[in-house]
Design a protein around this ligand. Structure first.
Ligand SMILES: Nc1ncnc2c1ncn2[C@@H]1O[C@H](COP(=O)(O)OP(=O)(O)OP(=O)(O)O)[C@@H](O)[C@H]1O
Length: 197
């Protein structure tokens, strides 16, 4: 179980952002996270992935703190994956930097092996997001924090990605925290929702 307990965080001493936020995501469960712009969704996502350390409170998996170094079992997937890829690397190298993806995950996400020879700017937004998800689904990945991953995509690309992701989450027991501004999307993918205020 991924758990955040009584998280407090602020970037400026006089402006508290997250105040006593707690949540949990079970293996294979999809939980929605919503909240107004600026309410701290991305900050919470980065705390859960271990990119940031909370001022107070704890993030744990099965009661143990996140590892300080090495592979991150909670993977953060941003809205704009191209910003998290080396523009000089071909897709094959971008993927291998994390792990050698298995063919089942590759075909579930529809990542064509021919793309491995292309550079990130030579793929569409939806194709790149599928590559980013494949990269994040390493063997050690237990949870995904999906931060507006399909907000910039058309409905067909959005449906394709979520259908594949929900299947992989079920098959591999990967818990997902799905951040979105779209209530209709959260209704479809998540059984439970948390609202940041
Ligand atoms: N690294 C940082 N340094 C200083 N302030 C930050 C930093 N990251 C975020 N903030 C501030 O924290 C607040 C919350 O930002 P955050 O991105 O977590 O919100 P959000 O709910 O994800 O917003 P949106 O829905 O617009 O993406 C904002 O006021 C933002 O300016």
């Amino acid at each position: 179980m991924l758990e955040a307990r009584s998280i407090h965080h602020r970037f400026r001493p006089d402006v508290p952002l997250l105040r006593d936020v707690s949540l949990h995501v079970a293996p294979g469960e999809v939980v929605g996270l919503e909240g107004a712009s600026g309410s701290g969704k991305t900050t919470l996502a980065r705390l859960l992935a271990g990119h940031l350390v909370p001022d107070r409170g704890r993030v744990t998996i099965d009661g143990t703190a996140l590892p300080q170094a090495g592979f991150r079992p909670v993977q953060y997937v941003p809205q704009t994956p191209v910003l998290a890829m080396n523009p000089r690397w071909r897709i094959g190298r971008v993927l291998r930097e994390s792990h050698q993806p298995d063919s089942a995950a590759r075909s579930a996400l529809g990542v064509d092996p021919a793309w491995d020879r292309r550079f990130p700017h030579e793929l569409s937004g939806g194709q790149l997001q599928r590559v980013a998800l494949l990269r994040s689904l390493a063997p050690g990945t237990r949870y995904l924090v999906a931060d507006e991953i399909t907000s910039a995509l058309d409905p067909v690309a959005q449906a394709l990605i979520w259908t594949a992701l929900l299947r992989l989450s079920r098959e591999r027991g990967i818990g997902i925290l799905a951040i979105s501004h779209e209530p209709a999307l959260l209704d479809r993918v998540a059984l439970r929702r948390i609202t940041l205020r």
